[in-house]
Design a protein around this ligand. Sequence first.
Ligand SMILES: [Zn+2]
Length: 75
Amino acid sequence: MKVLVLMLDCRRCKHVWAPRKHEVKMCPRCKTRYWNKTRTYDTARKQKRLVKILFSCLDTADFLRKARDDFKRTD
Ligand SMILES: [Zn+2]
């Protein structure tokens, strides 16, 4: 039987550990409940990131459209 060990890392203190429970409420080292979030994660940055993701999706869509057209042309 294969055992999958999931490692988690705290964004605040960089502590890496293997959780014993499925639900991890806090970092075992610094006891923060926000181990999975960055401290400097403001909304503006989040929006910028979302826009970036959106643009990359559009790029992919554009790429797929071009690929489809190329495929049609060679047909
Ligand atoms: Zn921590």
